[in-house]
Design a protein around this ligand. Sequence first.
Ligand code: AMP
Length: 361
Amino acid sequence: MMAPLSPGSRIGILGGGQLGAMLAGAASEMGFESHIYAPESNSPAFQRSGTSICKPYEDLESLARFAESVDVLSYEFENVPIEPLRHIERLVPIRPGISALETAQDRLIEKRFLQKVGVPLAQFCAVESSDDLVASVQELGLPCVLKTRRFGYDGKGQIILRSTSDVPNAFEALGGNPCVLEAFVPFFAETSVIAARGMDGQVASYEMALNHHENHILKTTRLPSGLPSGILTEATVASEAILRHLDYVGVMGIEFFVSGTPEQPTLLVNEIAPRVHNSGHWTQDGALIDQFEQHIRAIAGWPLGDGKHHSNVVMTNLIGEDMDGWHGLAADPCSRVHLYGKGESRPGRKMGHVNTVSAKP
Ligand code: AMP
């Protein structure tokens, strides 16, 4: 195992969104230099890093120079193109590794991996054509959810099939791309665990939080979740098994559905995100070591924080014009406002978040 990176070392991050910005901030707080590589010139993370390179990921020469200029490389989004990473993997340690990205970028690979780990998930079928879809709907029954294998997020790239009349056009409506069909989960709660694994194999998880979505976009994350302790333990055990099987280093978000009844809940893994996660933003004001520092600690070979929370938190995303209320939000003595420095607010765009904190009883 490599020695831990000492302060002053250089942390490279691919991707310039708010997650990259908050990772860069955490790295600076720990005495590291943060270097960002992203293709968009107005990337929020450029404002918070010492060095930034604005080039496409496919510019292999620039990417290789970037890789050689840092001591470890990480990423803030799961759709980093794999081929350019293969080109630079001999130049710098990439944490989490490429295999975590390959797993999370393709829903079919992800689900087969989760089956292998042995965690519970909804029944699914691979769908390569409209004919496959007809057969798969017969197998899983209606309702069910058709999702593109790649590039789906915030409800994009998926269709709920409720009746037989929804079936004939669904595959083409998703562009004729390879898909998976999932059984519909009649969940009463959506939750997530933010878990971290260090270079020494140490694992630390934050407590599972309750997520509420509006228009398919995360609106609030609440801790405590109010769910029974048995299910919190089950989610933590499942999450930690996922990290171990990937030989993962860094922070991961694992999303779950909870179905059944609050008295007899059943947990199913929905998907994994091999990066810091929006539903982990509560940790900035509810835990001593937040998910951003935890990720930097992990990839730098430092000891992990323990993940305990010291306060209860409701994290609310500021989406589009929600941000206009920043002044009133900042006036609440129990709230801390985090804004991303994005110039233009558009409907559906995450502009910031606010953590409202209360004492743990
Ligand atoms: P995903 O992109 O897979 O996280 O899906 C986005 C949202 O669609 C989820 O947060 C759920 O609200 C809903 N959804 C996805 N898959 C299913 C499913 N199999 N059953 C019921 N709802 C689902």
